[in-house]
Design a protein around this ligand. Structure first.
Ligand code: MTE
Ligand code: MO
Length: 299
């Protein structure tokens, strides 16, 4: 049985969210707002999500510019249908998969996750997605694979930011295999019960809630199972500031600013700074993966 959002959410909250959605609907790229039915997840945070407006107008997506408002302004041009994802490297069933085939049979859930950018702001987002592990199990990970590498679309005609040589395109990211297989790691195809807004990484993006936001790569076109730690965009740019792991850690500062606290976007009058939690609040679930590692060294 598929549960609906309204079956599991107290009504006032639900109405409130629906009103927010109605108010911000014009921000969404897709003209046909077909609601996605997704079961709620036991992994969800109990925090109230940010508004759809906050989530879709304050973004980092350097393919569309470096300003927080650039993605909402310029991502509309991106063609997201058709879309395919190449899965290659150390897998039993490599290939170029049409997005619909890739998502088919993967149990979609709504997962409300805290999201923490390395720039020390945070949001709470109601993602729609499925576990990356489900997909990796379907394509069959071979024994020698130790890492998963991801790449974003390279299409400068539709992504004006890619004409800037500041980043060596395409944007890339990577996870260790155990991180990729962790049940908190999802591929998201929507948020707030709708298809993913383009500025948030349509049609499919990674979400790794215990890591800084830049690990959550958008508009993915390639997933490769590899035996060596892959290169990642921010590490290539500034290795002393952005490591491979990039776990949210209030005790390890960025060289140019503190990571001990964060600003909740849209918190308004009641907001302000709050203390950052170890692993962004997911310590109980993920800390054991890093037992024995010096996280000041493996930042
Ligand atoms: N391809 C791509 N993915 C990306 C980025 C980017 O510039 N390009 N920015 C990252 C950063 S720094 C953050 S904080 C998050 C922002 O996600 P959001 O805009 O959905 O909040 O996306 C990440 N994924
Ligand atoms: Mo970020």
């Amino acid at each position: 049985m598929q549960l609906k959002w309204s079956d599991v959410t107290p009504k006032p909250l639900w109405l409130n969210r629906r009103q927010l959605i109605a108010g911000a609907a014009t921000l969404l790229a897709s003209p046909a707002l077909a609601r996605i039915e997704a079961a709620p997840s036991k992994y969800s945070s109990t925090e109230e999500p940010n508004s759809l407006e906050d989530i879709s107008t304050y973004n980092n997506f350097y393919e569309f510019g470096t300003g927080k408002e650039d993605p909402a302004a310029y991502a509309g041009k991106l063609t997201v249908d058709p879309w395919s994802v190449v899965i290659d490297g150390m897998v039993d069933k490599p290939g170029s998969y049409d997005l619909a085939d890739l998502v088919k049979d993967q149990p979609l859930e709504e997962r409300i996750y805290r999201f923490r950018c390395v720039e020390a702001w945070a949001m709470v987002v109601p993602w729609i997605g499925f576990e990356l592990a489900g997909l990796l199990n379907r394509v069959g990970v071979q024994p020698g694979a130790r890492f998963v590498a991801f790449e974003t679309l390279l299409r400068p005609e539709e992504m004006p930011g890619q004409s800037s040589p500041f980043i060596e395109w395409p944007y890339r990211e990577g996870l260790r295999l155990d991180e990729a297989m962790h049940p908190l790691t999802i591929l998201a195809t929507g948020l707030y019960g709708e298809a993913m807004p383009k500025q948030n990484g349509a049609p499919i993006r990674l979400v790794v809630p215990w890591k800084y936001g830049f690990k959550s790569i958008k508009s993915i076109v390639r997933i490769s199972l590899v035996d060596k730690m892959p290169q990642t965009t921010w590490n290539m740019l500034q290795p002393n500031e952005y490591g491979f792991y990039s776990n949210v850690n209030p005790h390890v500062d960025h060289p140019r600013w503190s990571q001990a606290s964060e600003r909740r976007i849209g918190a308004g009058l009641f907001g302000g700074r709050q203390d950052t939690l170890m692993f962004n609040g997911y310590e109980a679930e993920v800390a054991s993966m890093y037992a024995g590692q010096d996280l000041a060294k493996d930042y």
